[in-house]
Design a protein around this ligand. Structure first.
Ligand SMILES: C[S@@+](CC[C@H](N)C(=O)[O-])C[C@H]1O[C@@H](n2cnc3c(N)ncnc32)[C@H](O)[C@@H]1O
Length: 265
């Protein structure tokens, strides 16, 4: 079956892809430039450190069991932080990190070598992943969707769906709009960062329709403000609050929503 566009549709498709090309170049430039200080910038405060550690633990738990034959793609891998975390947890499966920025990949490959981790890194684009259809067991994609306006999200998810095997697991992270609005109003540094690239948030109540084609969808929150301070004061209470953000409406106050979904058989 051939699909035909009328000239107006064709024009809007062309405009969208030109805009995407512009955004892609901007992001490559930004992350190539920021790569050497990316990790340092993200460990400046106790609460940031706590948030990333928490998010990585949550994603690790959601991936489920893996074995030596499991092919796990982390995209965008950035400087490799999440895959390094998994190796530190003794996950032994095959890991491939994909990113569009050569600068980020260079930092990742260098740290990986220094730590003697066996991880492959390769340049690739989220919209055209360098994998055959139905070839990947696990795909993680952390801290990426917010870089792209909503109109691109279905395309990104479709590409992840294409490469996953039936039964394959996707774990991804989306930024909560309620938190985003609060930051926009209250945190001047955040407004400055928003000028560098889009910071696109999502209303947690509108996430489910995005995963219509997927199965076993699960959504939990990570990154409740002040949790790191509560943890310092009482790890037991912090653990209780964390359980609430995994299992109750408290998740809607979290910084990000972590989604796990599987491709149907
Ligand atoms: C906020 S960083 C997140 C990196 C990593 N997931 C982490 O949690 O540290 C966003 C990453 O997305 C990458 N990126 C941006 N556009 C991309 C694209 N079209 N395809 C693949 N990676 C892309 C950037 O180069 C950057 O490394």
């Amino acid at each position: 079956m051939s699909i035909t566009f009328d000239s107006k549709q064709e024009e809007s498709v062309q405009t969208e892809s030109m805009e995407l090309d512009g955004l892609r170049s901007k992001l490559i430039h930004l992350y190539d430039h920021n790569a050497p200080r990316y990790d340092n910038d993200r460990s400046t405060t106790e609460s940031l450190h706590y948030y990333f550690d928490h998010a990585h633990r949550a994603v690790d738990a959601l991936i489920g069991p893996t074995n030596k034959r499991t092919l796990h793609v982390d995209m965008p891998v950035g400087t490799g932080r999440f895959l390094f975390f998994l190796r530190q947890q003794n996950r032994q499966h095959r890991m491939v990190g994909i990113d569009i920025s050569k600068g980020m990949l260079e930092v990742a490959a260098q740290s990986s070598k220094q730590n003697h981790y066996d991880i492959e890194f390769s340049q690739g684009d989220a919209f055209a992943l360098p994998f055959a259809d139905s070839s990947v067991d696990v795909l993680t994609s952390l801290r990426m969707f917010h870089l792209f306006p909503h109109c691109y999200w279905p395309g990104l998810l479709d590409e992840m769906y294409r490469v996953l095997k039936p039964g394959g697991v996707l774990v991804t992270e989306l930024r909560n709009a309620a938190r985003g609005t609060a930051c926009q109003l209250l945190v001047p540094g955040f407004r400055k960062r928003r000028k560098q690239h889009p910071h696109v948030f999502v209303n947690p109540l509108s996430i489910k329709p995005l995963f219509r084609r997927w199965e076993n969808m699960h959504m939990q929150g990570v990154g409740l403000d002040a949790l790191s301070k509560i943890h310092r004061f009482s790890p037991v209470i912090a653990k209780g609050v964390d359980t609430l953000q995994r299992t109750t409406f408290v998740r809607y106050f979290s910084k990000t929503m972590i989604i796990r979904a599987t491709k149907p058989h």
